[in-house]
Design a protein around this ligand. Sequence first.
Ligand SMILES: Cc1cc2nc3c(=O)[nH]c(=O)nc-3n(C[C@H](O)[C@H](O)[C@H](O)COP(=O)(O)OP(=O)(O)OC[C@H]3O[C@@H](n4cnc5c(N)ncnc54)[C@H](O)[C@@H]3O)c2cc1C
Length: 298
Amino acid sequence: MYSDILKIIPEDRVKANEEMKWHTSFQIGGPVDLMLFPGNCGELRELIKYCRGKSTAFFVFGLGSNLLVRDKGFRGVAIKTNGLNSYSIMGENIIAEAGVSLSELARIAADNSLSGLEFAEGIPGSLGGAVVMNAGAYDGEMKSVLLEVAAIDAKGNEKIFKSHEMKMGYRSSIFQEEDYIVASATIELQRGIMKEIKAKMEDFAIRRREKQPLDLPSAGSTFRRPEGFYVGPMLEKMGLKGFRIGGAEVSRKHAGFIVNAGNATASDVLKLIEYIRAKAQEQYGVNLQPEVRILGEE
Ligand SMILES: Cc1cc2nc3c(=O)[nH]c(=O)nc-3n(C[C@H](O)[C@H](O)[C@H](O)COP(=O)(O)OP(=O)(O)OC[C@H]3O[C@@H](n4cnc5c(N)ncnc54)[C@H](O)[C@@H]3O)c2cc1C
């Protein structure tokens, strides 16, 4: 297997037994057998074709900011997209590869007086992860700015999706439902006034710093928002702020976040998630669903 992979990418972009905790914002996660770092969309496509052809279990990830990988890790291949980092600006559109950081894209847009991506300031993921999750904040979401997405299907073929084909919903998309790998995307923006764009981004950044526990590792909001409730205030009313299992803690600053308060394991976080879910069901009749993507060996 190893030698076949080296026909696609060089040895210095292959890591064996790599701990996922070095690659997730939670700083949690056991080892993957192999971690691969493609440098462009062609290499990504070839690696996916290879894994599918050999029936090797694999997943693709970006900056690991919405990921909880179990402590035993993942038997198979993890493909990290951070090397897919080129972009170009064409008029009011930005075409970027999946590994470009979303906050970086928001800054590039602002520096070019392009408006529409202000909401992405401070979302710590990659463009690919943001497309798959239909990431959003404040007054915006990916759905409203995506013109086109180039994705790789189960056979390793590239397919172009137009905005109406992406089935974007609340933190969901066709790419998640049908297991497509996002290779690149075209973002459609409007010309705006740089000063106003930057002021809006600064306002969002201040609001994040005020409300979110950015000083501790986390994966953002732990749960999807259930209809009729806000998770943070609900958990706060339940007295769960600061509640801890092992190193995993319901943030004292924002109860909607679970934070790694010190050497938390995935098992700590999963136990805490189940505890919260049981309490929310008991006290509010609400069936909380994790927003964080959980994977790895049980
Ligand atoms: C402090 C903090 C604040 C956050 N605030 C927000 C917020 O305001 N709004 C919001 O929506 N989210 C927020 N998040 C969550 C997270 O940043 C987003 O979901 C982000 O879009 C995930 O991108 P990523 O590259 O880190 O994805 P990853 O965590 O790497 O992956 C997430 C999922 O997408 C899949 N995936 C990643 N890249 C690809 C690809 N190219 N093709 C196919 N599948 C892929 C992975 O397999 C996984 O299932 C926050 C997280 C943190 C830690």
